[in-house]
Write a protein that binds this ligand. Sequence first.
Ligand code: COA
Length: 181
Amino acid sequence: MNVDARDWELKALSAFEAEGLLAGLAELLVDAVESGASIGFLPPLALAEAEEYWRGVLAAMRAGERELIVVLEQGAVLGAVQLMCEMRANGRHRAEAGKLFVHRRARRRGLARALLGELERVAAGRGITLILMDTRQGGEAERLCEVLGYTRWGEVPEYARSGDGTLHTTVFFYRRLVERG
Ligand SMILES: CC(C)(COP(=O)(O)OP(=O)(O)OC[C@H]1O[C@@H](n2cnc3c(N)ncnc32)[C@H](O)[C@@H]1OP(=O)(O)O)[C@@H](O)C(=O)NCCC(=O)NCCS
């Protein structure tokens, strides 16, 4: 099933709202891992393990360290991204954009672009001026970061393991939300 741009909505969730979407979030994560995404897990990922992961995210949201932005279509979660805020005193102006994934059935419809746009809006609202992001070299997200104007600052070979067991290069990006005058 494909989705049309008019059918979905972007939402920055409260922890309470995210808890109500736990099953959909777990299904989304399993789909992303099965698609070969480099997001910290190796396939196969059990639904129960995915739910456990999201419970950890809920705890971080309740602690004020994490924001979760999703794309919803008729209650189904089609995509998600997290703003992982640096809580140390000298880094509260920066955060990482991580665990960005869009369900395979909804890709190439601009959802990731919209998710990152909303993430930046939420980040700016928290006074964050620097976003960091990393992704597998050659993966879909590398091109996404480039087209969105993120600055590539480095590459680390053999950074993470792929589903097939090989080690791959990770590319690191940043984006400043305000330019210094
Ligand atoms: C990366 C990912 C989130 C992109 O989601 P998406 O909703 O399909 O992306 P968008 O439709 O917003 O794409 C925006 C732009 O990014 C680039 N892009 C996205 N997917 C691409 C692909 N497979 N190949 C080449 N460029 C791609 C294109 O420039 C695209 O613009 P266009 O469609 O007008 O050409 C999605 O492919 C995904 O979930 N991948 C697996 C998880 C992952 O790798 N996450 C990144 C970890 S940080």
